[in-house]
Design a protein around this ligand. Structure first.
Ligand code: PMP
Length: 437
């Protein structure tokens, strides 16, 4: 057998670029803000792993909770039974989430949270005698994971082109990101609200009484940190309410403090009917996700056993005790260290740092909110370049971890970041970008 034992072949970002595949960057340890590589270099984590290690790495409290849980109760089925930590965590989560998003459905990832929410939406309407509402609406440039529902409502055509049409009746709100019209500009929160009217176009096109739900990332993360003006999501809410359509916020990235409030629900002051989460819930340790649903949705399923059968759904590992223990310990750290609002405290310093790169010739746009940021590089005649990826490679060599998508560099450091780390991150990034051609 001459095939290389190359696990990275199963990991998309590694396979997407041969250059990287041939020289895998091996991370062997992590603590606080830094990774350690196999050649013993320290890499400042500018991405919280993959937008998930919000409390930084190797947190003793989480590790101890996981070990203790393994010694006490390793596993409990989620059907017809439960365990105390699943309820404790659900209670804590519901307390964190504003409004009546009081009910938690556990999953094991962001992708599963999305599938769960989409299914709950359709089953909810059916349980209320509106079985014709099966259509789902996503948004261009939305990312909702890799499963069939998620790539159907997701707004990235290349992610689904290989698989044909997956869910019937799906459509997408237009979301052209025009920096001059839709950029997050301090003091001009109404800029770009008009983009929400595209949902009315879809309602007119499809008959709104066939639409079950609209799913959007409040801030689109994976496609380049696209921050809408405040009124935009409010307008989507109004249109959904008017037509009896459920609104789902995918907060897999924005949840747990990323944009300076516990959830984007708080920052944008909009109440969706469901919120999907994962990543920061367990600080990237034990895989876990959670879908939050309102009292009305919960009640629709609890009014009769036949309604629960409409929603036959659940995972072997839903509410796994070890994941719940990790989640509870993570929430304790967030609370003790004020991490869910740290993005607001450090927001101005972060904003200044992001904007300090705006003068570089190749920088086309900069965006920021809380502790998320993006630096968009110039494309060439509208075509994406490999510049951002080249910046990623050089940045790693110089000791910082950044993330790229097309011509966009995305940043989302652990929320424990200090000003000195921000200086280090942007000092190095400036060095890299100023020499890029
Ligand atoms: N939704 C959003 C908004 C995400 O950013 C992601 C992951 N980046 C997902 C869903 C999918 O999450 P997972 O990779 O845990 O399945």
């Amino acid at each position: 057998n001459n095939r290389p034992n190359d696990l990275s072949a199963f990991w998309m970002p590694f396979t997407a670029n041969r250059q990287f595949k041939q020289t895998p960057r091996m991370l062997v340890a992590a603590e606080g803000m830094y990774y350690t590589t196999d050649d013993n270099r320290q890499i400042l984590d500018g991405t919280a792993g993959l937008w998930c290690c919000n409390a930084g790495h190797k947190r003793a409290k989480i590790n101890e909770a996981v070990r203790a849980q393994l010694d006490e109760l390793d596993y409990a089925p989620a059907f017809q039974m439960g365990h105390p930590k699943a309820f404790e965590l659900a209670t804590r989560l519901a307390q964190l989430m504003p409004g009546d998003l009081n009910h938690v459905f556990y999953t094991n990832s962001g992708s599963e949270s999305v599938e769960t929410a989409l299914k709950i939406a359709i089953a909810y309407h059916r349980a209320r005698g509106e079985g014709q509402r099966t259509r789902l609406i996503g948004r261009e440039r939305g990312y909702h994971g890799v499963n069939f529902g998620g790539i159907s409502v997701g707004g990235i055509p290349t992610n689904r082109k290989t698989f044909g049409t997956m869910l019937g009746g799906v459509d997408h709100i237009r979301h052209t990101h025009l920096p001059e019209e839709n950029k997050f500009v301090r003091g001009e929160p109404e800029n770009g609200v008009w983009l929400a009217e595209d949902l009315e176009r879809l309602c007119a096109l499809h008959d709104p009484s066939t639409i079950a739900a609209v799913i959007v990332e409040p801030v689109a993360g994976s496609t380049g940190v696209l921050i809408p003006p405040k009124g935009y999501l409010k307008r989507l809410r109004e249109i959904c309410t008017k037509h009896g359509i459920l609104l789902i916020f995918d907060e897999v990235i924005t949840g747990f403090g990323r944009i300076g409030t516990p959830f984007a629900v708080d920052y944008f002051d909009v109440q969706p009917d469901m919120v999907t989460t994962a990543k920061g819930l367990t600080n990237g340790t034990i895989p876990m996700g959670a879908v939050f649903a309102t009292d009305a949705i919960y009640d629709a399923f609890m009014t009769g056993p036949e309604n629960m059968i409409e929603l036959f759904h659940g995972y072997t590992y839903s509410g796994n005790p070890v994941a719940c223990a990790a989640g509870l310990a993570t929430l304790e750290i967030y609370e003790e260290e004020g991490l869910l609002t740290r993005g607001a405290e450090l927001g101005q310093y972060w904003e200044d740092a992001v904007h300090s790169l705006a003068d570089l010739p190749l920088v086309k746009d900069v965006r920021n909110l809380g502790l998320i940021g993006a630096i968009e590089l110039e494309s060439i005649e509208g075509q994406p370049t490999k510049r951002a990826f080249s910046a990623f490679l050089q940045a790693f060599e110089k000791g910082i971890l950044i993330r790229t998508t097309g011509d966009i560099i995305a940043l989302s450091p652990p929320l424990i970041i200090e000003k000195s780390h921000i200086d280090e991150l942007f000092g190095t990034l400036r060095d890299v970008l100023k020499n890029l051609d």
